[in-house]
Design a protein around this ligand. Structure first.
Ligand SMILES: *Cc1c(COP(=O)(O)O)cnc(C)c1O
Length: 846
């Protein structure tokens, strides 16, 4: 961690002793041994920035603005990464290594400049070079637009894993879609969420290379023709329909200061008409241009729903477009050096990030059967050996079920193959469990519940040699409930890979103050070996270290307060407890439970009821609601209404404040998390598969108030139960209560505080001009069964919050626990997670 690395001195004399090559067409080498005379690294960086300003941007440096500096610097870094990248790619060929393909419809990349500079080990030099050019590195980095090609946790996980794959030097590729519009930009008007398109490519993307040479056709629709081949075997070909071209764009992902760079290849849809000479003569020019626009829609926009499926035809087309292009690329690369596919599982591992790319299973079958004429059994063995599936949710509304008629229309051959996979599978099941029709119904790839549909999760489980959950608890639920019948048939397939986050972005880069203090205590090694954080444990008992820890946290809170002042024009008190819940807005994540607690504090304060259990508190919310999710949007509206009421109440001044930070995204997370003291991880037990936000907070020294859900369970075990505020039902308790017949009214009637709080929200107190505005919120709890059991957990949550307040008043104790949180988080590095995937699933060494 080069915070304290000496900056190379600039030489006194500027004229070179020997003639220097003029580096107009390439960078000066950064290798210190090759540095001669005046050509110091900083001089070279400045020269390269100027060269790119001129050659790529066509800008006179005298007229360059801050965004020009950002772009010229980005090109300067990209060029250095490209050298590493080419060397990395060659090493794969030399070693004929097994390759890992990480397939994900989402990559929530965020900004790249700071990360790439850090990974190249050029932080101090870049800062100095820019300073000498009159620019501030932080300000330049702030001008970068987030690459928001994902919704939330699942997409961010994919980006953390690419970072770790590069850092661990695993021969890997990320594959995804280059959406023209990423996750929408959220702003707030009158307390309501307003979405605006995220036109992230408007000013160009300096990190990507377009690869017009890697262009593949992707087919939709048409029909399947059966024929008999020379050997008398029944064969199928898929013919006709429409064709769309997939064009590759590459973004390099550097490892941490290890000279290794891997590739994320994103596909963009281009009309096949562009490449079709015929249409120039066909006379149907305007029609052709219309068709062109239509086919290019495929990669136009990211679907903005998290943990919820829409079932749109365009989404299915996105999935197949992505998979078809990726597999043409994979098979091309494979066949360059190998004959046939028998060895594919020894040379290629494909990890499916959720079922979004699961159409890859019938696609590989189609390639092997129809294009390479393999027998069914062999093709299936290759498929199962190649694929591995990561499940991310057990909630029914998030499981993909494509209608059979839609799939027959869009992908007729794949539908046939899925039916045949199912037929053979169910024959086997019938042999093993004769007469057990219920079991057949549960295992079938086709459900009949709402018309015939393909159960993509069942397909993914059947077509993979590995099925993993993303936390210990989640994997237990998969084995014992969601995929119970499959686990009985294929127990060896199921395994757990608890999620992790990259310590580069989520500690070293976003919290340099804390990272430096940690490094002073235990050295820099934790950046690539997070388990070393363990070494902080004794320092938690050191009063001086605690004081310095407290200072860093306070600085981070001030920085966050400055950001809020700038964004919302609101002053936050940096001496109050910063209590933070930032994540997608979803009922199962229970932001509403947090709001109900805030309302209870507000009501206690204004009626003078509170005694010693209150401590000045700033409650910060952030998160996007899916544009069609009415309840989630109403909860955002309620947060604003409560925030206003609290701000207007004289008795709350200096005691309580509520702020909603708009447009929660990776770059905002990097500002918020280092300043958080209390992390709200309050989903109903059994609903959050893992969570990764929970890890980022604890890693940065926040204490968690949380349920025994997802990875919270493991975080609590590792940081120590005494350093974690636990509340709420366990998963089995919640299940048993539901089974007995959960009645939210009982809690409403028994708990006086809860009664008062719900009545206040229902009464229109927070929306006097529209008294019924928040009625649906209360109805969801009292009339519609309270699906996420907020009322059952309310009392226990309020009691845990009282403990939070009590502990916060003993600041030494709080700081000790804060340090112990960071110290216990070594396990939650994405390096550990990826190393486990490599060892247990992919069979590649690290
Ligand atoms: C980490 C992260 C998430 C995931 O947060 P959870 O609390 O695990 O849901 C979502 N969005 C962004 C921008 C993140 O950085």
């Amino acid at each position: 961690m080069p915070v304290k690395k000496p900056v190379p001195k600039r030489p006194a004399q500027k004229s070179p002793p020997v003639p220097q090559p003029q580096p107009v067409s390439g960078p000066c080498p950064d290798d210190p041994e090759e540095q001669v005379g005046f050509c110091s690294l900083i001089e070279k960086l400045k020269k390269d920035i100027r060269r790119h300003m001129f050659a790529f941007l066509g800008k006179d440096i005298a007229r360059a603005g801050i965004h020009d500096y950002y772009k010229a610097l980005a090109y300067t870094m990209r060029e250095r990464m490209a050298e590493h990248w080419i060397r990395t790619q060659r090493s794969y060929y030399d070693a004929s290594a097994k390759r890992v393909y990480y397939l994900s419809l989402e990559f929530l990349v965020g900004r790249s400049l700071k990360n790439n500079v850090l990974c190249l080990g050029l932080e101090d030099q870049v800062r100095e070079a820019l300073a000498e050019m009159g620019q501030d590195f932080e300000e330049v980095a702030e001008t970068e637009w987030d690459a928001g090609l994902g919704n939330g946790g699942l997409g961010r996980l994919a980006s953390c894993y690419l970072d770790s794959l590069a850092t661990l030097k695993i021969p890997a590729y990320g594959y995804g879609i280059r959406y023209e519009y990423g996750i929408f930009h959220q702003s707030i008007q009158d307390g309501w969420q307003v979405e605006r398109p995220d036109n992230w490519l408007r000013f160009g993307n300096p990190w990507e290379y377009d690869r017009a040479g890697y262009l593949y056709p992707v087919q939709f629709g048409g029909e399947v023709r059966a024929y008999t081949d020379e050997q008398g075997r029944l064969r199928a070909v898929w013919e006709g329909g429409e064709k769309v071209m997939a064009m590759a764009y590459d973004m390099m992902v550097p490892g941490y200061q290890n000279g290794n760079v891997i590739n994320m290849r994103l596909w963009s849809a281009k009309s096949s008409r562009d490449f079709d000479l015929e249409f120039f003569n066909s006379g149907a020019y305007l029609r052709a241009i219309e068709d062109k626009a239509k086919s290019e829609n495929i990669s136009k926009v990211l679907y903005p729903t998290d943990s919820f499926v829409e079932g749109q035809e365009l989404r299915l087309k996105q999935q197949y477009f992505f998979v078809a292009a990726t597999f043409q690329d994979i098979t091309r690369r494979h066949l360059k050096h190998h004959q046939g596919f028998d060895e594919l599982p020894d040379l290629v591992a494909v990890q499916l990030n959720d079922t979004h790319p699961a159409i890859a299973i019938p696609e590989l079958m189609r390639i092997l059967l129809d294009e390479h004429l393999l027998p069914w059994e062999k093709a299936w063995e290759i498929c199962v050996g190649t694929f591995a599936y990561t499940n991310h949710t057990v909630m029914p509304e998030a499981l993909e079920h494509w209608p059979v008629d839609l799939m027959t229309r869009v992908l007729p051959r794949h539908m046939q193959i899925i039916f045949e996979i199912n037929r053979r599978f169910l024959d086997e099941v019938r042999k093993r469990y004769p007469g057990d029709d219920e079991r057949l119904r549960r295992l079938s790839l086709i459900s009949e519940d709402y018309g015939k549909r393909v159960r993509m999760a069942n397909l993914a489980v059947l077509g993979s040699h590995s099925v993993n959950g993303v936390s210990a608890l989640h994997t237990d639920i998969l084995k014992n409930s969601t995929f119970r019948d499959f686990a009985e048939l294929f127990p060896e397939r199921f395994n757990n890979k608890t999620n992790g986050v990259t310590p580069r972005r989520w500690l070293r880069q976003c919290n340099p103050g804390l990272a430096e203090l940690i490094a002073e205590g235990i050295g820099h090694g934790f950046v690539t070996d997070l388990s070393r954080l363990e070494g902080l444990k004794p320092l938690a008992a050191d009063a001086e270290f605690r004081a310095r820890w407290g200072k860093v946290k306070h600085k981070n809170k001030q920085r966050l307060a400055e950001y809020v002042l700038y964004k919302l024009d609101r002053k936050l008190d940096p001496d109050s407890l910063f209590d933070v819940q930032v994540k997608r807005i979803h009922e199962y994540k229970r932001q509403l439970l947090n709001v109900l607690h805030v309302v209870s504090l507000y009501d206690d304060l204004r009626s003078g009821r509170l005694g010693r259990d209150i401590v000045p508190r700033t409650v910060i919310f952030g998160g996007k609601a899916a544009p069609g999710y009415r309840m989630a949007k109403l909860i955002i509206r309620l947060i604003h209404a409560v925030s206003d009421a609290v701000a207007r109440e004289p008795k709350c001044q200096g005691q309580l404040a509520v702020a909603f930070l708009p447009n929660y995204c990776v770059s905002n997370a990097e500002k918020i998390i280092p300043g958080a003291e209390l992390s709200e991880q309050i989903s109903l037990a059994g609903t959050e598969a893992s969570g990764t936000g929970n890890m980022k907070f604890s890693l940065n020294g926040a204490l968690t108030i949380g349920t025994l859900d997802g990875a919270n369970v493991e975080i609590r075990e590792r940081v120590g139960a005494e350093n974690f505020f636990l509340f709420g039902l366990t998963t089995p308790e919640a299940g048993a209560l539901k089974a007995r017949g959960y009645n939210p009214w009982e809690y409403y009637q028994k708990d006086e505080t809860l009664h008062r709080v719900l009545d206040l929200v229902a009464s229109g107190h927070f929306s006097p001009l529209q008294p019924d505005l928040f009625r649906p919120v209360v109805d969801s709890l009292l009339k519609d069964g309270d699906r996420w059991m907020l009322l059952a957990d309310f009392r226990s949550y309020v009691e845990a919050q009282k403990q939070v307040a009590r502990l916060y008043r003993s600041s030494e104790l709080w700081l000790e626990k804060s340090i112990l949180n960071t110290a216990g988080m070594g396990y939650f590095s994405s390096d550990r997670a990826v190393a486990e995937y490599a060892r247990d699933i992919w069979g590649v060494g690290v």
